[in-house]
Write a protein that binds this ligand. Structure first.
Ligand SMILES: [Zn+2]
Length: 161
């Protein structure tokens, strides 16, 4: 499996590209901010913002940790809107498409080019495309099979066969 847009399980340094697990970052942040977790858990109505950040009012003294190798800024290893998927990751996904018997798109409207390009690649290589998605997708005209339904239901049903 290729996490095309990355994963919150990993954090990377923006300067030297060192990667570490979120667990390791959590341990470092906890060590740098003794008592913070207890305070955060003690806040009633702790909410999570749409960007998955916790909304905690008392964060003025929070100590952010940097890369332990170079001091660079750390960031979730996620490709955010406006960023570019690393070329090596795209190439690895293209290789999977090239070797596939079929490309199954599940639960995506393919609104962004980063997903649609794999449909176009498959079509160009003669790999049939199947799409399972509620509502239309940008790949529908290329699909040999289109199922207008929820991906969870359809994939679960296929797995039971
Ligand atoms: Zn670094």
């Amino acid at each position: 499996m290729i996490d095309l847009h990355g994963s919150y399980a990993q954090v990377r340094c923006l300067a030297c590209e060192k990667r570490l697990s979120r667990f390791t970052l959590h341990e470092r942040l906890s060590a740098a901010n003794p008592g913070f977790e207890e305070r955060a858990h003690g806040v009633t109505g702790l909410e999570v913002a749409p960007d998955a950040d916790a909304v905690v009012a008392d964060t003025g003294d929070f100590v952010v940790v940097d890369c332990d190798r170079c001091g660079g800024m750390l960031k979730p290893d996620i490709v955010y809107f406006g960023e570019i998927v690393p070329r090596s990751r795209v190439d690895a996904a293209f290789e999977l498409v090239d070797d596939a018997d079929v490309l199954l798109v599940a639960g995506s409207s393919l609104t962004v080019q980063s997903g649609l390009r794999f449909v176009r690649r498959a079509v160009a290589r003669g790999v049939p495309v199947a799409i399972v998605n509620r509502g239309p997708s940008r790949g529908d005209t290329h699909a040999a099979v289109k199922v207008d339904a929820g991906a969870s239901e359809i994939l679960s049903a296929l797995a039971e066969r």
